[in-house]
Design a binder for this molecule. Sequence first.
Ligand code: NAP
Length: 252
Amino acid sequence: MTGTKRIALVTGANQGIGLQIATDLAASGLTVLLASRNLDRGKAAAQKIEGDVHPLQLDVTDEASIRAAAAHVDEQFGRLDILINNAAISRASGEEAETMQDYIQRSRATLIPVAEVRTIWETNVFGVLAVTQAFVPLLRKSEAASIVNVSSNLGSLTLLSSDSPYRAVFNPGYGASKTALNAITVAFAIDLEAEGIKVNAVTPGFTATALNNYEGTETVQQGAAEAVRVALLGSDGPTGTFTASTNQTQPW
Ligand code: NAP
């Protein structure tokens, strides 16, 4: 069992926005569990960060990996204060680059393979559900527990029903997975409200990362800012919110 230093776990933290969230939380003096599906990538990322950072293997689609990670955190730290569900994929295909234009075209509702939708939802929706369920027992041991789900404006049905630029990018894979993630956020917020565990969703904005072939227009520092702000709110912070930087309410 560690002392009073707050302990945060960030999934998918070896690159992109997750790495920046881990960097910023470590700079704020937290103990950071930098989770990655590939431990070597996580170790390499952790070495770049100043502060109390611990790499942790965690593939959000692998039950055994989730179980082992939760057991390890229990053994090493005895509790968790902040869980940031950041890991996500935008496509099923591996690591090869694909322009946003090609991606948008082939991922339209009439074209995207059902198998690809399942793969994306496995990470972005069921992965968050499984990881959150596995870590709730450790969050219950915290005096001020918080869960932050990194969602997207693309998941907002309200925005998509308006004259929004997001309409062109919405699809049953990534876009709809974030709508489902928003729904799951609300479900956890309702379930954990009586226990005082805060559950909120944030959207980073269009950030230059591997997820979008680095075509995003914001920096990872900008993309990480709202998740970090919400993560650092104390026990009197809100629950069941969906916000963009800085604290701008987003419609569900
Ligand atoms: P990214 O650079 O591609 O990072 C995604 C991270 O998730 C990587 O570390 C990746 O690991 C990890 N990941 C993927 N599948 C995983 C799995 N099964 N288990 C564990 N980790 C896994 O993308 P990003 O833009 O930083 O995305 C971070 C979050 O921001 C996501 O939730 C995304 O939906 C959200 N977001 C991004 C934008 C944007 O414009 N970039 C906009 C709105 C929302 P590997 O390195 O091993 O692939």
